[in-house]
Ligand binder design. Structure first.
Ligand SMILES: Nc1ncnc2c1ncn2[C@@H]1O[C@H](COP(=O)(O)OP(=O)(O)OP(=O)(O)O)[C@@H](O)[C@H]1O
Ligand SMILES: [Mg+2]
Length: 445
């Protein structure tokens, strides 16, 4: 059956932008010629008017084209097709047909059946290559990383059908970025970007990593700001830096921990809370095996720790052993009870996360610049072939919910006039969740 793959790429596509530029410039060029013709008796005026029209035309067309590319308009597609055609030609991924033309031997380039399609939401580009056993069969089946690098994009899907392979690429998603005010919570998820959310029931526990100034702490503040409206938040800041300021805010009374002892206690309390939640759920008359905390209308409890690596480096062997034991319990068992960890660190070295902890933090976010080894630590061997790029944009990185592939991520944009501390002061103190025993609950009813 016929399937539409998009527009076929031909040789002329290699001149796409030049042709586009010339067609937009045409009216200016014609006007220049006309003005030159009518004003030809006044030499100076003729030169000035014609030059002015041409220069204004060039500047205007350049401005329109570059702006259109930035906004992923039609010229962005023209540019991508041009790059595709040039890639095919410079790598000689074509066949040459020789033919005799009036006694002379001529060569004709036969382009492969490559198709280009601009997918929905303006961020998906689809490229279909022939996989028909031809000369370039093997190469065309391994184009994913090349396309990621060409378009600074994320390969989100490679699909096969008889004779073809199709690559789906997620290109610049900055247009999907939310400002902090647009972030919403909905059931067991927080919508962080258009089309991207963290569902803590499906991908429990979040690990954030990224270089200095990448935006980890700002992202944590944004999460705290939104999540405290639906759950209970404990905040640990071992460096006693930014998050520690929350300690002065009434809403966080008893929920901010800064010294090693108190952070250790906070994690122990989280384990205790998890155990109490399990006991409480079991004691309820409507207890159903397999249901989780949200079925019993219990709020989630988030434990947030910034600067994890710095914290671990200050602990002696037995202290870190104890901490990792608690963290492991939370990671492996706390999801159903509604206790979740959110850990931020500059580097996610395995030694700071005892066996299995890092891999079981199911939602991973990088922010800012990371060395290649940093991406390996976060996204593991299964994503070793993916191309990751650093861009100099604060709050920009990748997210991975342990299914599919990592893709570009922008943390909610915090407006420059937004003061977290002023806003936190306006929020009511978090209400502790009282676990009445089943008997008490029945008498209350
Ligand atoms: N989402 C954002 N919106 C607006 N500005 C941001 C955002 N993220 C980061 N910034 C800017 O970048 C600066 C550094 O961010 P932040 O302190 O969160 O980085 P960090 O990753 O925690 O760094 P460090 O590792 O040094 O603690 C902030 O002070 C802010 O000006
Ligand atoms: Mg920080």
């Amino acid at each position: 059956m016929f399937k539409y793959h998009g527009q076929r790429i031909f040789r002329y596509h290699q001149y796409g932008l030049t042709l586009g530029f010339l067609s937009l410039f045409l009216p200016f060029g014609v006007s220049g010629l006309i003005s030159g013709y009518f004003l030809r008796d006044w030499l100076i005026l003729d030169i000035v008017a014609t030059t002015l029209i041409v220069v204004i035309g060039i500047c205007l067309v350049l401005f329109v084209v570059s702006r259109n590319i930035k906004r992923r308009g039609v010229f962005a597609q023209v540019k991508q097709k041009q790059m595709l055609a040039r890639m095919i030609l410079s790598n000689k991924y074509y066949e040459i047909k020789k033919r005799q033309d009036s006694g002379k031997s001529r060569e004709k380039i036969i382009m492969p059946k490559v198709f280009y399609r601009y997918g929905k939401k303006k961020v998906i580009t689809e490229i279909t290559m022939p996989a028909d056993g031809g000369r370039f069969h093997d190469r065309f089946l391994k184009m994913g990383k090349t396309f990621e690098e060409m378009y600074v994009a994320d390969l989100i899907e490679t699909s096969r059908e008889i004779g073809y392979v199709t690559y789906r690429l997620l290109c610049d998603v900055v247009g999907n970025r939310y400002s902090l005010q647009q972030v919403t919570t909905e059931g067991t998820q927080i919508n962080l970007m258009k089309g991207t959310s963290w569902n803590w029931d499906k991908a429990p526990h979040m690990l954030i990593s990224g270089g200095t100034g990448g935006g980890k702490t700002y992202f944590l503040f944004s999460l705290i700001y939104k999540l405290m409206q639906i759950g209970i938040i404990d905040v640990c800041d071992p460096k006693q830096a930014d998050l520690a300021d929350l300690g002065d805010i009434p809403a966080f009374k008893g929920h901010v921990f800064t010294t090693n002892d108190f952070i250790a206690r906070c994690l122990k309390n989280a384990v205790k809370d998890m155990e109490q939640r399990y006991a409480y759920m079991k004691s309820l008359p409507n207890y159903v095996s397999g249901k989780n905390y949200s079925y019993y209308e219990m709020p989630p409890h988030f434990v947030i720790v910034d600067e994890w690596a710095a914290f671990m480096s200050t602990l002696n062997y037995s202290e870190s052993d104890e901490i990792l034991k608690d963290v492991k319990q939370l990671i492996l068992k706390a999801r159903q009870a509604g206790v979740f960890l959110i850990i931020a660190t500059q580097r996610a070295d395995a030694e700071n996360f005892g066996g299995g902890i890092r891999d079981n933090m199911m939602f991973k976010v990088t922010l800012g610049q990371l060395a290649p080894v940093g991406y390996d630590m976060m996204f593991g061997d299964e994503n070793k072939n993916k191309a990751f790029f650093n861009k100099d944009i604060r709050g920009r990185g990748y997210k991975y919910d342990s299914s599919g592939v990592p893709s570009e991520f922008y943390a909610p944009l915090v407006p420059s006039d937004f003061q977290f501390m002023t806003e936190f002061r306006k929020i009511q103190p978090m209400k502790p969740f009282i676990m009445n025993s089943a008997e008490k609950k029945e008498t209350d009813d």
